[in-house]
Design a protein around this ligand. Structure first.
Ligand SMILES: O=c1ccn([C@H]2C[C@H](O)[C@@H](COP(=O)(O)O)O2)c(=O)[nH]1
Length: 200
């Protein structure tokens, strides 16, 4: 994954949001930390492995959205082979788990930029994560809060631990490749720019 490219793309998006919303000079760190926690909660919710009360603990990795069949215009035409008489065809297939993951990645990059870090601060070592995935999520969320530390060294340690857990988790626990992550990140970044143009 080309983190340098994503870092630059994120900086452009953040700058645009600050300008669009008139936030120049404001400290947005606490809000971004909370936003990352929220997105990690959404990621865990899509992963589902902690839902001991449910029979369905499979990660949400495929969601189909439908549109009206362009051939029969949704009229259930007996002879419509395109939609198999249902009046609808698949519009898009998305990966909700991956989408939540790249929302988290947006905020991790954005926090790095807020703190004046460089892309080098994001590079972490590959290592095998041990333990249950729910514990890894909790550990990650714990370190995210510590990014609030006033002590520079503790803050950077916390940030780098977040990167270490987050990036290793991607491959080892969520099954994503770097290519998939980069592609999904860039697509979401494009949507985020679009949203600002539409006064989201
Ligand atoms: O300074 C910011 C604020 C928001 N986002 C992006 C990250 C997520 O992809 C998206 C979250 O939007 P919601 O769908 O949660 O509103 O916004 C940024 O990249 N930088």
């Amino acid at each position: 994954m080309n983190l340098q490219k994503l870092f630059e793309v994120q900086a452009k998006l953040d700058k645009k949001i600050v300008e669009e919303k008139g936030l120049q000079g404001q400290d947005l760190l606490d809000k971004k930390i909370l936003a990352l926690q929220v997105e990690l909660g959404e990621l865990a919710n899509c992963w589902r492995g902690f839902k001991f009360w449910s029979h369905d603990q499979e990660p949400r990795i495929e969601k189909r959205t439908y549109k009206t069949c362009p051939s029969c215009d949704g009229e259930y035409v007996d002879s419509c082979w395109e939609c198999g008489h249902s009046g609808q065809v698949v519009d898009k297939i998305i990966n909700p788990l991956l989408e939540e993951f790249v929302d988290c990645l947006h905020f991790i990059l954005s926090i790095a930029i807020e703190l004046g870090y460089t892309v080098d601060d994001l590079y972490v070592w590959d290592d095998e994560l041990v333990g249950k995935t729910e514990d890894i999520f909790l550990e990650l969320m714990y370190w995210v809060v510590l990014i609030k530390s006033k002590d520079e060294r503790k803050r950077k340690d916390a940030f780098r631990t977040v990167c270490y857990i987050f990036f290793n988790m991607a491959e080892q626990r969520l099954g994503f490749t770097w290519e998939q992550i980069e592609e999904a990140y860039l697509e979401k970044n494009r949507i985020n720019h679009q949203r600002q143009l539409n006064h989201y």
